[in-house]
Structure formats: structure tokens, C-alpha cells
Design a protein around this ligand. Structure first.
Ligand code: GDP
Length: 658
């Protein structure tokens, strides 16, 4: 398939697209003198679509009353014409006179747009999609900027104490204790540290620090991958007994790539084998040199368990924040990022947002990704209602029409209609993108259909298994299938988890992946989602053979597609008298449901399939637990679970065959 068309810049094609930014700001900072001023009153954007008649008589030179336009790079003739309040045909003609042969749908190079606008005496500005949708933001005036609390993310190797540290800091916070609210994990929280000396914070009642409550750098990188930089400071947790471990190094690299300063918390200082000097020595290898070693990296010795050193850590974070002079303008429409979002059964879509600029108020019209809404209510991390939220404040927001995604930018906009339009346009863009992506590789169903239609076909397979014996047995059996029209080819086989390389190969060779007792790793899963490669998991050899035989005979039974509902990582194992084992796990993805079918995966290999018999949060039985929360999980039969195992909860859904 040749070079596919690149997705056009958004905002294209829809009439009436220009937001406030598409209209010149009357009277403000406009170029003096030569521009015509008489038509201060702009035509409203929605009139454009009904007014495509040329506005000048045949022989008059082309002219427009528009003084300024904001356009995307690669604007089409048609779009530009609308913005200039001219007909597409008139513009085509004008361009023809300028020596450019174009059609109305054609996209124009920037210099052509510039020359054309120059000729028409129109000021042109190239803007981003965001700016086109919401208008070009005025830079903040120095006097409007106010100090804001730092936003801190906790990173580090698994089990080095990130979660406990986050909990300890939160528990130690006087304010949340006093508020009497119920502690809720909403993805972020704020603590007040103090009292600080005279002149520090208003009323001397300490200063605020915002913590992102989803430990681990997955959250950090996922945000960054989406262009969302919300973290000001990274706390690198290193266990004083373990020292630097692989994920410690990963975390350092992520923070460095994001140019986020690192404060090191050397944790578990209460343990007898704690060796902070060893940790400091190790960290020098990665360019983190402690102050007492002559460097500049702040390192604090703490214990999340005994709570020693927590005050020092908070103090250092505030010092670091002072150095950074973090500021934001609270006096404008709020803007920020979605930290976490889910659909709540009682309250509808709920999103925790971090306000990065402006002040968010109840009643404000908001848009985030494909979701829009009007803030119905806001709550802090203790469940207390809030009326407004200033920069660096995380709040849980109710009132969305849809569930936004973590990492989405949210904005307050002036009108509900604009919010709705923007959200709909984004959804439409996403749908279009999906359509393009649906030109996916062949699946077993496609093959079955081909066979049914009598088209000769070959079946390419990639076989991955937990042991070489089963891989070979499968290969042997599958290639020996006696089916006249179909040739079964094994393009690749191997032992171990399905990797992104396997998926790439499958995509390139139109192959189906047969996974026997193994699962795709995280990268492979992403690649599968993106490419639509067909992956079939089996635990019993003859089932695999039967399934594929049926496919190549063109009589595939009703198809069940497997949907992963959620994943949890086992962190701790408890033995409960009479009840057997309970596995303390962190839900890393989606949702874990009581009664759900679960696969226990250890280093990419499926060690068991079972059912979730019990699910608890703290002491309560619950029906489901969503990503970012810890829970206790009991399994029906399988008990030989190890720390680090992955619980993958899945469901089989019958797929309508087309
Ligand atoms: P994470 O994977 O980094 O989030 O680590 P956790 O916060 O889940 O902690 C892993 C284990 O280390 C848990 O059993 C904690 O109770 C324990 N732990 C965390 N911090 C400390 C500490 O300061 N001292 C001791 N002794 N144990 C700790």
C-alpha cells in the first residue's frame, strides 16, 4: 500500500471552524494606518458558510474587508477563502493570475499564502490546531504571575517504597487529617508543609506541595508521550539496602530526558542493612552527585515506615521549588491536564485534573480531549467540595459528557457550544484516524472467508510458546494439516513472550501469531492494538490445532474475541487463616472485577488460568477496583502466586461475523 495520505491538520474542512482566534481582535494592537478600519464589526464566523458569493464585481480587483487571519500550515484554498470572506472560485482565479494553478481543495504552501495575503493587504499568522480552536493566548503579564506550588512525581525501582512514601507524606499532613474527610485516591493530592519562618506563605501556615499519586514512571512517561509535562520535580526513591536497581536507572533517564530536576530520597533507613553511602556512591555513576560529595543533587535519608526524614524531604522540595521560581497566572481561564478519569456508576464521568494556569470554578464550561462539559461539582482529595481551584491544585471534576483520557489537556472555554464543537471535531478526527488504521493485516476470519469464497490462500503463522517442545509440536501438527487449497507456513517460531518484533514481523508478513502459554509483553500489546495483528492464545495444543484447522477449512465457529479488562501486579502475599492466600496487588491498567476470569502471567509466561474469587479494598469487599489502586485479590484455585506476577483479567466476547 503506497504512501497513505498524511492525516490533514485538524480543523480542516468543517465550515464555520474559526474560533475566537480566527477573528481579528478588533482595535487591539492591530497595524496602524493603512488597514481599513471602518468595518470594526466582524461578520460572525457562522455566516461564512452561507455567503460564498464573490463580493466584488467582475472586473474589480480582488479585495476583502478582513484584516487578519489565523491559519494552519497547509490551509486549503477553500478554507482560506472562507476566512478571507471570499469565494473559493475568486481565490483560484487570483492565484491563477499569480501563476499558481490550483483547485479549491488543494492545500497551499505557506509562502503562497503569505504572498496572496500580502496582495490582499491581510495580515496572516500561522497557528497550531490548539490556537486555531481556542485563539492565540496572550502572554501573561509579569504582574499577573503568582508563585504556585511545585508538582512532584515519585519514581524509582519497584518495591523501593514509592507507594508507602506517598501514603506516609499524605498521612503526615496536618490539614488533611483535620479536614475529617475520607482519604480518597484521586490521582494527585496536595499537602501543606509548615509552619515556615516569618514571611513564608500567607499567615505562616505553611506552603503547599502537589504530589502525583500514581507512583512509577509508566505514568510519567505516558504523560510525556502525549506531550503533557506536568511534573516540576521528580523524587527518586532508592532503597538504602538495595541500592540502585534497573528501574532506578530508567527513572533517572526519564527525568533527565524531561529535564526535570531530581531529588533523591534514600528510603528504608530504618533497616539494619541500610547503607546510604553505598547508594550515593552508586548514583554518582549516573551523574547524581550528593551535596556532601561535592555535587548539587539533594539527597535525603528517609524511612517511609518510621516516617523519619519526611519533613526534611518536604523542606528540600520547597527549596528546589524556590530555585525554580514556579509561577502561573491564576487570573485567567483555567487550563491544565487530566491526571485520571473514569466512569463512575453514580456520578457519571469523573476526572481528576491538575490546574496549571488560571482558576477553575464550578460552573465553568470545559473541554478535554473528546469530552466536554460544565463543572457541576469539584472535590479535593479528601472528598471535600471545592468552589475554585488555583494553579497546581488537583481537583476531581464532575459534569463531563464523556470520559476524557489521562494526559488530555483541559481548558475552560467561553461557550458551551464551542466546547461541544471542539470535542465533536476531535472525536470525528479520531474516528477518521481509526478508519485509516482499520486497513489491518489479515486475521484468521479473513482467511476463513477467503477459503469459503474459493480463493486460494496461504496461512502464515508465527508460533511462540513457553517451552521449545510445545513450539515444535505445534509447528509439526500445523504444517501437516491436510488441507488441499491452503498452505500453512511458519514464518517464525520461538520460546518466550510475544515481543514487538514478533508483531512487526506478523504485520509485514500477514501472519497470525499463535501464542501457546505465553502472552505479549507491554510493547507487543501496544503494537497489536496499533496494527490489528491477529493473536491467538492457547493453553491446550489440540485446541490450537482444531481452531486453525477450522479456519483453513473455511468454517470457523462463531468467533470469540478476547478483551483484556484490566491488569494488576502482585506486590505482596498474605496468608489468611482459613481463607488461604490473599494477593496484595496494584491495578496497573483498566479494572479488576470480582468473578472475572484471570490469567496469572510470570515473565510473559502464563502459569495459570483461574477466576477472581474475592476482591477487597482495605477491609471491604468490593465489586471492582480500577487502575491506580491497590487491592487484595483471592483466586479460586491457584495459590502458587509470586510477587511480581501479573494478573490479567479478561473476557471472551462473541464477535459478529460480517
Ligand atoms: P513501590 O513498589 O516502590 O511502590 O514500594 P511499596 O511502597 O509498595 O513498598 C514495598 C515494600 O517495602 C512494602 O512491603 C513496604 O512496606 C516496604 N517499605 C517501604 N518503605 C519502607 C521503609 O522505609 N522501611 C521499611 N522497612 N520498609 C519499607
Amino acid at each position: 500500500p503506497g504512501a497513505g495520505p498524511t492525516t490533514p491538520p485538524a480543523g480542516r474542512g468543517g465550515p464555520g471552524v474559526p474560533g475566537p482566534g480566527g477573528r481579528p481582535a478588533p482595535g487591539r494592537g492591530g497595524p496602524p494606518g493603512k488597514r481599513r478600519r471602518k468595518k470594526e464589526k466582524e461578520r460572525r464566523p457562522e455566516e461564512h458558510q452561507f455567503d460564498l458569493q464573490p463580493r466584488q464585481r467582475r472586473d474589480e480587483p480582488l479585495a476583502t474587508d478582513v484584516q487578519r487571519v489565523d491559519v494552519l500550515h497547509g490551509v486549503t484554498v477553500d478554507e482560506l477563502a472562507k476566512k478571507l470572506d471570499l469565494s473559493g472560485a475568486a481565490l483560484v482565479k487570483k492565484l491563477f493570475q499569480m501563476g499558481e494553478m490550483v483547485t479549491v481543495q488543494q492545500s497551499l504552501p505557506d509562502d503562497t499564502v503569505e504572498i496572496l495575503c500580502d496582495e490582499l493587504d491581510v495580515e496572516v499568522r500561522f497557528v497550531t490546531e490548539e490556537e486555531l480552536e481556542f485563539g492565540v493566548e496572550q502572554p501573561d503579564r509579569e504582574e499577573d504571575l503568582a508563585p504556585r506550588p511545585p508538582v512532584v512525581t515519585v519514581m524509582g525501582h519497584v518495591d523501593h517504597g514509592k507507594t508507602l512514601l506517598l501514603d506516609a507524606i499524605r498521612e503526615a499532613d496536618v490539614v488533611s487529617g483535620e479536614a475529617g474527610g475520607i482519604t480518597q485516591h484521586i490521582g494527585a493530592y496536595q499537602v501543606r508543609h509548615g509552619p515556615v519562618g516569618a514571611g513564608a506563605g500567607p499567615g505562616g501556615d505553611g506552603r503547599l506541595i502537589t504530589f502525583i499519586d500514581t507512583p512509577g514512571h509508566q505514568a510519567f512517561t505516558a504523560m510525556r508521550a502525549r506531550g503533557a509535562q506536568i511534573t516540576d520535580i521528580a523524587v527518586l526513591v532508592v532503597a538504602a539496602n538495595d541500592g540502585v536497581m534497573p528501574q532506578t536507572v530508567e527513572a533517572i533517564n526519564h527525568a533527565k530526558a524531561a529535564e526535570v530536576p531530581i531529588v533523591v530520597a534514600i528510603n528504608k533507613m530504618d533497616l539494619p542493612d541500610a547503607d546510604p553511602d553505598k547508594v550515593k556512591g552508586q548514583l554518582t555513576e549516573y551523574g547524581l552527585i550528593a551535596e556532601d560529595y561535592g555535587g548539587t543533587t539533594a539527597m535525603v535519608e528517609v524511612s517511609a515506615k518510621s516516617k523519619q526524614g519526611l519533613d526534611d524531604l518536604l523542606e528540600i522540595l520547597l527549596l528546589q521549588a524556590d530555585i525554580m521560581e514556579l509561577k502561573a497566572n491564576p487570573r485567567k481561564r483555567a487550563r491544565g491536564r487530566v491526571v485520571e478519569a473514569h466512569l463512575d456508576k453514580g456520578r457519571g464521568p469523573v476526572a481528576t485534573v491538575l490546574v496549571q494556569a488560571g482558576t477553575l470554578e464550578v460552573g465553568a464550561v470545559v473541554v478535554a480531549g473528546v469530552a466536554d462539559g460544565k463543572v457541576r461539582a469539584m472535590f479535593d482529595e479528601n472528598g471535600n467540595p471545592m468552589q475554585s481551584a488555583v494553579p497546581s491544585r488537583p481537583v476531581q471534576v464532575l459534569g463531563w459528557n464523556d470520559v476524557p483520557e489521562a494526559g488530555d489537556e483541559f481548558r475552560v472555554v467561553g461557550e458551551e457550544r464551542l466546547a461541544r464543537d471542539v470535542a465533536e471535531r476531535r472525536a470525528e478526527r479520531a474516528r477518521r484516524k481509526e478508519l485509516v488504521e482499520q486497513q489491518r493485516p489479515k486475521t484468521l476470519e479473513d482467511l476463513a472467508a477467503e477459503v469459503e469464497r474459493g480463493e486460494v490462500a496461504a496461512l502464515n503463522l508465527i508460533i511462540k510458546g513457553d517451552v521449545s517442545g510445545s513450539v515444535e509440536a505445534l509447528e509439526d501438527a500445523l504444517t501437516k494439516l491436510e488441507i488441499p487449497e491452503v498452505e500453512v507456513r511458519v514464518v517464525h517460531k520461538g520460546v518466550g513472550a510475544v515481543t514487538a518484533n514478533d508483531v512487526a514481523l506478523a504485520e509485514a508478513s500477514d501472519a497470525t501469531i499463535v501464542a501457546f502459554n505465553v502472552r505479549p509483553d507491554a510493547n507487543a500489546r501496544d503494537a497489536i492494538d496499533r496494527s490489528g495483528v491477529d493473536l491467538r492464545s492457547y493453553r491446550i495444543i489440540y485446541e490450537a490445532i482444531e481452531d486453525i484447522e477450522r479456519a483453513v477449512k473455511g468454517m470457523l465457529a462463531p468467533e470469540f474475541q478476547e478483551v483484556t479488562l484490566g491488569e494488576a501486579e502482585v506486590r505482596e502475599i498474605f496468608r489468611v487463616p482459613r481463607a488461604g492466600f490473599v494477593f496484595g496487588a496494584m491495578v496497573t491498567n483498566g479494572e479488576i472485577r470480582r468473578g472475572g476470569r484471570v490469567r496469572v502471567v510470570r515473565e510473559g509466561v502464563v502459569v495459570a488460568e483461574d477466576r477472581i474469587a474475592s476482591l477487597r479494598r482495605f477491609k471491604d469487599d468490593v465489586r471492582d477496583v480500577s487502575a491506580g489502586y491497590e487491592c487484595g485479590i483471592g483466586l479460586d484455585r491457584f495459590q502458587d502466586v509470586k510477587v511480581g506476577d501479573l494478573f490479567e483479567v479478561f473476557e471472551q466476547r462473541e464477535v459478529q461475523r460480517v
